[in-house]
Design a protein around this ligand. Structure first.
Ligand code: PLP
Length: 360
């Protein structure tokens, strides 16, 4: 079977040329006679892979010197605990709850201190980003937390909240490397790589150096201290080596695409194609406020559950996979991450037009 257009929210499509290159190197990585999977993480070959990956992501995101880049494990969900355990010096944090993932992070943090929900969009099923221009940030908050792109609902912070000088912590899992960012606006940026960057199992944490201290909550395991991994250059224990290797290839692919400015243009073009059609369709409609629309995750509905199910089934038969919305919201969702080609979105829109004609 040839490759399908995979609209999964994650794990998601990777660039085909990255997969092909990895396949070519599968049994003999550049004359080493072994796969990266079989290689010591202390070897020279792996040291180069890790160093290059770090150099390339630094270049792509213009990460300043005073930020560390850590390649960690445990999924995004482990960070929901690691963040408060490492950053809650005053045992106070403010959370902006714009979806299930932000809510989970908010709930987990409550185990470690006083956690304030300073804004939320739960009143309208997380279909918008609340106004964050004048938040009541707690004077003693250790940080302000956001989920920058809400994978399930398809909303994105177009402007970062004014945190009144407190470090901003952002889960960027579903918008990682999709557009340029000003790293200096954050204390900590982190994300799982399984959407835009590589195979599940790697979490990248970009953290300002002054936030990495030994002053963590009592009982914080060694493996859950940022300092452990920062001091060891992400080699405190055996890292997810193969995953990091694929991430490195995706960084090089992004550089070849022209970097984050260019990838943003491509992402905007893809998203516009789909949103413009949703805005003119008589059958399908987008579910979030226009001003807050994500470039990466596009949820939509027909308003009829049976028709939604028929659409998902027939789309799959046409080679357009994983269009079912998240189980908590229903409907459809097209995730159009960096690796989704324009042709994939065009094929989806063409199919939607045909389905609309046949079913209206
Ligand atoms: N945060 C966001 C924005 C996500 O989209 C996801 C997963 O889809 C998660 C967190 C959870 O990631 P993990 O399964 O790696 O814990």
């Amino acid at each position: 079977m040839s490759r399908v257009y995979n609209f999964s929210a994650g794990p998601a499509m990777l660039p085909e040329e990255v997969l092909k290159e990895a396949a070519e190197e599968m049994t003999d990585y550049r004359g080493t006679g072994m796969s990266v999977m079989e290689m010591s993480h202390r070897s020279q070959a792996f040291a180069s892979i890790l160093n290059e990956a770090e150099t390339d992501i630094r270049e792509l995101m213009h990460i300043p010197e005073n930020y560390k880049v850590l390649f960690l494990q445990g999924g995004v969900s482990l960070q929901f605990a690691m963040i408060p355990m490492n950053l809650m010096k005053n045992k106070v944090a403010d959370y902006i709850v714009t979806g299930q993932w932000a809510k989970k992070a908010y709930q987990e943090a409550q185990k470690y201190g006083r956690v304030n929900k300073i804004a939320s969009s739960e009143d309208k099923t997380f279909s918008y980003i609340p106004d964050c221009s004048d938040l009541s940030v707690s004077p003693d908050a250790d940080y302000v937390y956001i989920c920058e792109n809400n994978t399930i609902y398809g909303t994105k912070f177009r402007e970062l909240p004014d945190t009144k000088g407190k470090p901003l912590v952002a889960d960027v899992s579903s918008c990682f490397l999709s557009e340029p960012v000003d790293v200096t606006k954050y204390g900590l940026i982190y994300g799982g790589v399984q959407k835009n960057i590589g195979p599940a199992g790697v979490v990248i944490v970009i953290i300002r150096e002054d936030l990495i201290t030994e002053d963590v909550l009592p009982g914080t395991p060694t493996m859950m201290q940022y300092k452990t991994h920062a001091d060891a250059g992400s080699l405190y224990n055996t890292p997810p080596a193969y995953g990091i290797y694929i991430c490195g290839k995706v960084f090089k692919w992004l550089k070849k695409q022209g970097g984050l400015e260019e990838i943003k243009k491509k992402n905007e073009k893809k998203a516009k194609l789909l949103y413009d059609y949703l805005d003119e369709s008589c059958l399908f409609k987008g579910t979030v406020e226009k001003k807050d629309r994500s470039l990466m995750n596009v949820p939509f509905v027909t308003g009829n559950e049976e028709l939604d199910a028929k659409f998902v089934k027939e789309a799959k038969e046409a080679g357009l996979e994983n269009l079912k919305g998240h189980r908590s919201v229903g409907g459809m969702r097209a995730s159009i991450y960096n690796a989704m080609p324009y042709e994939g979105v065009q094929a989806l829109v063409d199919f939607m037009k045909k389905f609309e004609k046949e079913n209206l």
